[in-house]
Write a protein that binds this ligand. Structure first.
Ligand code: NDP
Length: 277
């Protein structure tokens, strides 16, 4: 997805994957900064711990509690910080790492587009999971002014902590624990259940069949159709997988690094072509 976009934008860049042990994350970020990488993406388990390892954290990333994108920046002639990609090589002196989170907005964009649902205000949402992705999803959905979030997680204590976090930032949002008695507008799987073929369903199947949420979103994008999405489709719910979220978070990262408008169709085509190889 990124390399297809980089080629289309005629940038002399490469997007590469590096496996970094968490113990070495700080050194890896500093190394990339020293080598003048334009930026980085971070994934599990680095998103949370990187908050303390960058020179500057974007206010929204701080709120969501996770970083998935780092932009390396330097000063322009007027002293303002700009992405390294925008600076002339011989003008680069001081470099800083600036952390952002593009996951949370990407989820909301994907929900709106995939379900043709432009306004989430007042929606009742069942959120499965209480890890990093669930946390940023809950806070970002609160920003959309959804009405109620029902939290379900294997470790109840973690769900309670998440509820406290949300309540501290969005006191008007109603947060409940456990499955709602009534149908909801949206159920989101933010657990990792569904990544492996023999995983149990992340949702109570009887609840799914009897309450039939209007929409079911699975953040998982590989496999394309998880057991949850199959069951939800059979129950008559609208369904979408996490491909849109993956696409939009990547596109926003590219925009932050380059300042250019990401070629969305090229990125989507590359994802659809290669993701399920
Ligand atoms: P975390 O490890 O932070 O959280 C994992 C969550 O899954 C926790 O709520 C955990 O519950 C739950 N879980 C894990 N194993 C089990 C199990 N055996 N039974 C019940 N619950 C379980 O991961 P993330 O929050 O970072 O990611 C969650 C999912 O979202 C992943 O599938 C990831 O691939 C996807 N994702 C997709 C993105 C996209 O672009 N589409 C972006 C980011 C994430 P507990 O608290 O009890 O451990």
């Amino acid at each position: 997805m990124q390399n297809a976009a980089i080629a289309a934008l005629k940038l002399n860049w490469r997007y590469l994957a590096f496996e970094v042990h968490p113990d070495n994350l700080r050194a890896a970020i500093e190394g990339a900064k020293t080598m003048r990488f334009v930026g980085l993406n971070l994934t599990v388990p680095h998103k949370l711990m990187a908050l303390d390892m960058v020179d500057m954290v974007d206010a929204r990333a701080k709120l969501w509690g996770a970083i998935n994108t780092i932009v390396f920046e330097t000063h322009d002639a007027e002293g303002a910080w700009i992405p390294l990609a925008k600076a002339k090589d011989d003008a680069i002196k001081e470099v800083r790492s600036h952390g952002f989170n593009t996951d949370a907005d990407a989820l909301v964009q994907s929900l709106k587009e995939d379900f043709k649902w432009p306004d989430l205000r007042g929606a009742h949402v069942l959120l499965l999971g209480a890890g990093g992705a669930a946390r940023s999803a809950a806070l970002r959905l609160a920003e959309e002014e959804v009405g109620t979030i029902f939290l379900v997680n294997r470790t109840e204590e973690r769900a309670r902590q998440l509820a406290d976090n949300i309540a501290a930032c969005y006191p008007r949002l109603i947060i409940r624990h456990g499955y709602p008695a009534d149908p909801v507008d949206l159920a989101v799987n933010a657990t990792s259940l569904g990544l492996k073929p023999n995983d149990p369903l992340p949702i109570d199947l009887e609840w799914l069949k009897s309450r039939r949420p209007a929409r079911v979103y699975d953040m998982i994008y590989r496999p394309k159709e998880t057991a949850l999405l199959r069951a939800a489709k059979a129950a008559g719910c609208q369904v979408a997988n996490g491909l849109g979220m993956l696409l939009y978070q990547g596109a926003e990262s590219l925009k932050l690094w380059s300042g250019a408008a990401p070629p969305m169709q090229i990125m989507r085509d590359a994802l659809e072509k290669h993701l399920h190889d």
